[in-house]
Design a protein. Structure first.
Length: 73
């Protein structure tokens, strides 16, 4: 059952709703994989943080020439 569906079922019960939200709400990430989303598309997987880029690998491939990176074969 998803978070939204469970929340809809207990909307009329304020005590149960408060307890549900306290224990099941997502929290802000300070570190780890989901802490740094891609600045262009918002994905959290495959993010390149080196040099302060914060682009996912797909966006980096598209933006690399504009940023001054060269592809060496």
């Amino acid at each position: 059952m998803s978070f939204e569906n469970a929340k809809k079922q207990i909307l009329n019960k304020p005590v149960k709703l408060a307890k549900f939200l306290k224990h099941n709400r997502s929290r802000d990430r300070k570190f780890g994989r989901n802490a740094t989303p891609c600045r262009r598309c918002g994905k959290t997987e495959g993010v390149i943080n080196k040099y302060g880029l914060r682009y996912c690998r797909q966006c980096f491939r598209e933006e690399a020439k504009k940023l001054g990176f060269k592809k060496y074969s």
